[in-house]
Structure formats: structure tokens, C-alpha cells
Ligand binder design. Structure first.
Ligand code: PMP
Length: 429
């Protein structure tokens, strides 16, 4: 495949945009080479500016559960845009999507919309602090909750890919209120709580981690956190920016039958438009302005185009429960196929998967937390990434990311992907 025009556009972009990108991981720095500039996408495929067709396993980092340019979502946006793109005033559709989300997600009674996952998590933590009157938070090494200051402490995803998990610009004062725990290690969390008695407002985590590759919660981990939170007057925040409406209608809370106190959403809830949201039972949400003292706001929050796209998306996911089943089967099929070719070619690997989230780490040791994820071979990942790209398969350009499948993928696409992985694996061994 040739990426001549992408390369020229990247050169040009770098003259006016830092690193040529508006979000670091897009720059391919971890894997080298030229980022691909997209022309358009439809269903399971990306079409780049050089005319290449790629099978997409990123799906805009999660939201395209039903595939790109899904007709009901596109139509909803077009129809709304014709009536105006932003008012900064209430609209009926905000209540429609809020009511639907409250019906779909366990344990929530009210929801507020923002413009990104970062905002959702940042606001959720402020709310938890305001509600509990405590300052400290616990986050897990390798979990990413957006780029707000409190979270850039051993964050996963791009922040690790670039080797700057503790970003300059985050003050010591902010950093001291973020306590770091090890994912899947309940004893570690219990110890932190013990050492900071009555000071911790909340524990925030990805209930299935997706920013150090895909790491499932160990048996009883989420339940154990719930118990620790209840015993210590700490709010449990599930960051469901990736998992919400993807792993089940009600997200990871439904899948694992554990309820959080506050849940955050992103991307999926806006059908791919710039949206985030946070939600909880009314008693907590009523602490937000204008009802309560915890301030949070946004000119474009509840934007009509984003609400229209999100409502179209959620309506379909709500009425078509088969989507989750179908995604589970397709991803299980891919998982099995990838495992077989890695084994056949003698490549040391670990594939983690929950529903339609999956990742490959090039290490034989189980990958259960940030440390074990970091132990995997970065060299093999680079070779694998570029090999797959040459075969027309687009996976995330970093080992600290997850594959997201969409239901537009056919079994033929999955077979092509497995074949591609087979030819690449021969070169890895
Ligand atoms: N939380 C999680 C779990 C995420 O994966 C991300 C982004 N990938 C965010 C929060 C931040 O969302 P956004 O990029 O929309 O700010």
C-alpha cells in the first residue's frame, strides 16, 4: 500500500499543528511511520486519501459500534443541522436522550451531558469531592480518564505511549491528591484507604481497562472495590467512556452486576460526535449547579447535533439487543483465529478480550495490570502493526490501546484479518 498523499499532508500539518495532530496517539510516534489521513469511512472500512481501503478496528476509539456513517445517525444529524447547530438554550431532545440513557443504564437517575470523556471524568471527580467533602482520589496505574490534571498521573494510552505519564504542567499540589493503585490488586487499594483514612472522595477506574491494551477486571475485583467504598464512605466511579453501551446495553455495570455511584460516558453516547456525560442517582446529581453548589457548565453541552446522533445510536442499541450478541460472537471468532495463528507460528503472545474489546500483547505472561502490560515486546508490536497495515488492516498504533469491533464487520472481514495476522506472525517468530 502506498501512503504518499498521507505523507505529504502530514508534512504540511506539522507546520501549523503541533506534531501534525490534534491528539498525540494519532501521530504514530510509538510505531513510527506516517499517520494515515482519512478521506471517508463507511461500515467497517476506512478509505484514506491515497485511495486505500482498510478494515477498521479502532472505530474512532470505540463509538462506531454499528459501523461508520450509520444511516440513521447521519440522517438524524442532517435533519437537526438544518434547524440550527447550537443555541445554548434547552432543547427537547436533551430530555429524550437523558430519559433513554437512564432507562438503559443500571442505577442512574439523572445524567448531565458535556463535550468529551475528559470533561465527564473531571466533572465526576469534582462532584464526588463536593458530595463527600473530601479531596483525595484513587486512580489506577495505566487507566486513562482524559487529560485533566488530576488524571495525568501514570495514565495509560497516549500518555504512556509518549513516555510522559506525569505531564509537565500538572502541579505538585494537584498530583498529591491523586493516589495511585495497582489494577486488579484489592489489597493495595485497601492499604491506600487505610493510610488515608477519611480523606478519599472517590475511586475512579475503567471497569474493563482499555488504555493499557484490554485488561479485564479479575474475579471479584469490582465487587471488592464496591465493598471497600461502602465501608469507607467513598464514591465508586466507573469510567465507561469505552465500555458504556458497548459491552452491554447497561455497560460494564450490567455485565458484571456491580453498580458504581457515578458513571461517566463519552463518544458512544454521542454516536461519534463530541460528547461525554456523567450520571448518578438523583441524590448525588442534585449537588450540581443550579440545584447545588458544585459548579459545572458548558456552552455547547447538550448540543443538538450531538444529541441527535447520540439518540439515534442509543435508540438502535436499545431496541436491537442482538447487536451485543452478534458482536460477542464476531469478536470471539476473531479472538480464536488470532490465537491459532500466533500459536501456529510460535509467537509469544497474550490476547485479552471482553465482549467486543480485545488486544494482543506480545508476552506469554498474563497481562493483568500496567506493569505486566509494559513487560510485553514493543518491537514485535511495531512489526505487527505495520505488517497488518500493509495487509489493509488498521489497528491502534500503540500496544497501550484496545481493538474495538463494530457490527458492520462480516465474517469475511474477520477471515481476512486472521489471514493477515498469519502472514505477519510468520515474520515475528
Ligand atoms: N476515559 C476513557 C476510559 C477513555 O478511553 C478516554 C479517551 N479514550 C477518556 C476518558 C477521555 O475521553 P476524551 O478523549 O473524549 O476526552
Amino acid at each position: 500500500m502506498v501512503y504518499q498523499r498521507s505523507s505529504a499532508l502530514f508534512q504540511e500539518a506539522q507546520t501549523v499543528i503541533p506534531g501534525g495532530v490534534n491528539s498525540p496517539v494519532r501521530a504514530f510516534k510509538a510505531v513510527g511511520g506516517t499517520p494515515i489521513f482519512v478521506e471517508k469511512a463507511k461500515g467497517a472500512y476506512l478509505y484514506d486519501v491515497d485511495g486505500n481501503q482498510l478494515i477498521d478496528y479502532i472505530n474512532s476509539w470505540g463509538p462506531m459500534i454499528l459501523g461508520h456513517a450509520h444511516v440513521p445517525v447521519v440522517n438524524a444529524v442532517i435533519e437537526k443541522a438544518q434547524k440550527g447547530t447550537s443555541f445554548g438554550m434547552p432543547t427537547e431532545i436533551e430530555t429524550d436522550i437523558a430519559a433513554l440513557a437512564v432507562r438503559m443504564v443500571p442505577g442512574i437517575e439523572k445524567i448531565r451531558f458535556v463535550n468529551s470523556g475528559t470533561e465527564a471524568c473531571m466533572s465526576a471527580v469534582r462532584l464526588a469531592r463536593g458530595y463527600t467533602g473530601k479531596d483525595k482520589i484513587i486512580k489506577f496505574a495505566g487507566c486513562y480518564h482524559g487529560h485533566s490534571d488530576s488524571f495525568l498521573i501514570q495514565a495509560g494510552s497516549g500518555a504512556v505511549t509518549f513516555g510522559t505519564p506525569n505531564s509537565p504542567g500538572v502541579t505538585k499540589g494537584t498530583a498529591k491528591d491523586t493516589l495511585l493503585a495497582t489494577y486488579n490488586d484489592l489489597e493495595n487499594v485497601a492499604q491506600l484507604i487505610q493510610d488515608n483514612k477519611d480523606e478519599i472522595a472517590c475511586i475512579i477506574l475503567e471497569p474493563v481497562a482499555g488504555n493499557m491494551g484490554c485488561i479485564p477486571p479479575a474475579d471479584r475485583f469490582l465487587q471488592g472495590l464496591r465493598t471497600l467504598c461502602d465501608a469507607n464512605n467513598i464514591l465508586l466511579i466507573f469510567d465507561e467512556v469505552m465500555t458504556g453501551f458497548r459491552l452491554a446495553k447497561g455497560g460494564a455495570q450490567e455485565l458484571y452486576n456491580v453498580n458504581a455511584d457515578i458513571v461517566t460516558f463519552g463518544k458512544v453516547i454521542g454516536g461519534g460526535l463530541p460528547v461525554g456525560a456523567f450520571a448518578a442517582r438523583a441524590e448525588i446529581m442534585n449537588h450540581l449547579a443550579p440545584l447545588g453548589p458544585v459548579y459545572q457548565a458548558g456552552t455547547l453541552s447538550g448540543n443538538p447535533l450531538a444529541m441527535a446522533a447520540g439518540l439515534a445510536m442509543l435508540t438502535e442499541l436499545n431496541s436491537n439487543a442482538e447487536v451485543f450478541d452478534s458482536l460477542e460472537k464476531k469478536t470471539a471468532y476473531l479472538h480464536k483465529g488470532l490465537r491459532e495463528v500466533m500459536v501456529k507460528n510460535g509467537v509469544a503472545h497474550t490476547i485479552n478480550r471482553v465482549g467486543s474489546m480485545l488486544s494482543i500483547h506480545f508476552s506469554e505472561a498474563p497481562v493483568v495490570d500496567f506493569k505486566t502490560a509494559a513487560h510485553a515486546s514493543g518491537e514485535n508490536f511495531k512489526l505487527f502493526f505495520h505488517g497488518m497495515l500493509q495487509e489493509g488492516v488498521y489497528i491502534a498504533p500503540s500496544a497501550y490501546e484496545t481493538w474495538f469491533l463494530c457490527d458492520a464487520l462480516t465474517y469475511l472481514d474477520l477471515d481476512k484479518t486472521i489471514e493477515a495476522a498469519n502472514s505477519v506472525a510468520q515474520k515475528l517468530a
